[in-house]
Design a protein around this ligand. Structure first.
Ligand SMILES: Nc1c(NC[C@H](O)[C@H](O)[C@H](O)CO)[nH]c(=O)[nH]c1=O
Ligand SMILES: CC(=O)[C@@H](O)COP(=O)(O)O
Length: 159
């Protein structure tokens, strides 16, 4: 069953984000996709009370560099949660598999090593149309989904 609407959430169930500081690390590969993911996340943060000045954006060359970018952001910024934004699209070779697996494992490792939740906002798609559908198209915007996850995890982190 394909993803339905990544943008849907019940606002009444989301903590107010005013006191939290967020980072968003954005891959420059497939920018027409990653920019929409970023904008979806930023809009969702603002709609739930986050202050624009508390949303820090860094850009990295590709999804594989999200790992180091998030690591450096954790180590140098005082943040409550980070979103790693990327889009990997299957090409002719197995490179897709290695990039996707590497990013997945790397971001998992950051969540284990550090006390700042890193949210996985990396679309790993077979086609560009699948990416378009999930970054503001027919299946909503995964950036919205991940911003909501970031707010919830920032609240959980306070325990
Ligand atoms: N093919 C895609 C890449 N490839 C680049 C890697 O992410 C990395 O930047 C390079 O291997 C140097 O370390 N990256 C994406 O984000 N999306 C792709 O579709
Ligand atoms: C995921 C990638 O790096 C991929 O887009 C590269 O394309 P190819 O596998 O055709 O070299």
């Amino acid at each position: 069953m394909a993803t339905t609407d990544l943008s849907y959430y019940d606002k009444a169930t989301i903590p107010n984000a005013k006191k939290y500081r967020f980072g968003i690390v954005v891959s420059e590969w497939n920018p027409e996709i990653t920019e929409n993911l970023y904008l979806g996340a930023e809009q969702a943060f603002l709609e739930n009370g986050a202050l624009k000045e508390h949303i820090i954006r860094w850009d990295v060359p590709g999804s594989f560099e999200l790992i180091y970018g998030c690591k450096k952001m954790i180590e140098t910024q005082q943040l409550d949660a980070i979103i790693a934004v990327g889009n990997v699209i299957q090409g002719e070779t197995k490179h897709f598999d290695f990039v996707c697996d590497g990013v997945t494992q790397g971001i998992k490792d950051l969540n284990i090593k550090y006390d700042v939740p890193v949210i996985f906002c990396v679309l790993t798609d077979n086609t560009k149309q699948q990416s378009l559908d999930r970054s503001g198209g027919t299946h909503g915007n995964k950036g919205v989904e991940c911003a909501i996850a970031a707010i919830k995890m920032a609240a959980l982190r306070e325990f």
